[in-house]
Design a protein around this ligand. Structure first.
Ligand code: A2P
Length: 279
């Protein structure tokens, strides 16, 4: 599988395996094992998904060496700040059964709607991430769900520029300002819910375009991300779909079809806005 190169030179496989909403226990163990057997080498999880122990077991049982797997997790909103973030990292590493992470992200920015001192909170969290990075416990550090104003405030005092911003990204929800901001600064965009958490799959426009290529809508959405230099993280617990979602390197979406998908209006998404969340 092709890699993207992060702004610190670290290589990251261009499709990752998402585990949001994957139930803890055997389901997550089997899904991760299945993904690794199919050739995924990039697994994305988070403390708040509640499945890190099972994801770690899936990795261990797969037989794929740790060094061949790109593993991401995220610090949850209740653990923001310098000391808490350091502790949260230790727990995540312990739960996953690993001694380093390839990528660690701030899951959501602290925002003005919840905190007067939101900038300080994000900076303190980031200082802990920088510390872990310098200590070699994380190969790259980044953020998730940050908009340009959150990034501006963070970067103003940062020693390390984030390598990644993981955002909700699928047809009808392209977050163009955030993507342009990050791409201009070498911050890799990752797409959570590249299938709109499944909502895209029944969209008539996408169904029509996908059928031209003899591909599924899921494959079309994943390929569309890649052609925008965005890194998709499709989630599935179904073996046939896990495999299908990697079969995206044998076709190219034409410029005209890319433009048609880009022009799609909002047709459903999580509805979560980083400045309005209440969790
Ligand atoms: P399941 O996990 O039951 O297989 P997203 O990655 O945007 O969050 O979307 C995940 C949702 O899409 C899940 O409900 C998942 O179902 C479903 N899904 C993932 N891949 C496919 C696929 N290739 N075909 C149909 N549904 C899929």
């Amino acid at each position: 599988m092709k890699d993207y190169k992060l702004n610190n030179g670290v290589l990251i496989p261009c499709v990752g395996f998402g585990t949001w909403q994957t139930p803890d226990g055997e389901t997550a163990v089997k899904a991760v094992e299945c993904a690794l057997a199919d050739g995924y080498r990039h697994i994305d999880t988070a403390a708040v998904y509640g499945n890190e122990v099972s994801v770690g077991r899936g990795i261990a049982q797969s037989g794929v060496p740790r060094c061949e797997i790109f593993l991401t997790s995220k610090v949850w909103n209740t653990e923001r700040g310098y000391d808490r973030t350091l502790k949260a990292f230790d727990k995540t590493a312990c739960d996953l059964g690993v001694d380093y992470l390839d990528l660690y992200l701030i899951h959501w920015p602290a925002s003005a709607s919840q905190f007067d001192n939101w900038k300080d909170i994000n900076r303190d969290t980031w200082r802990a991430m920088e510390h872990l990075y310098r200590e070699g416990k994380i190969r790259a550090i980044g953020v998730s769900n940050f908009m340009p104003h959150h990034l501006d405030a963070l970067i103003e005092h940062a020693e390390v520029i984030p390598a990644v911003n993981q955002i909700e990204y699928h047809p009808g929800q392209m977050q163009p300002e955030t993507v342009a901001y990050c791409q201009a600064r070498g911050i890799q965009i990752e797409a959570w819910s590249p299938l709109g958490t499944g909502r895209m799959l029944t969209n008539p426009t996408l169904q029509e375009i996908a059928s031209h290529y003899g591909k599924s809508v899921a494959q079309l959405c994943i390929r569309w991300c890649l052609q925008h230099d965005v890194l998709p993280l499709p989630k599935s617990v179904t073996p046939s779909r896990i495999k299908e979602n990697l079969e995206v390197f044998d076709f190219t979406i034409s410029d005209a079809d890319m433009a048609r998908i880009d022009a799609m209006e909002y047709c459903g998404g999580s509805g979560l806005h980083p400045d309005k969340i209440d969790f």
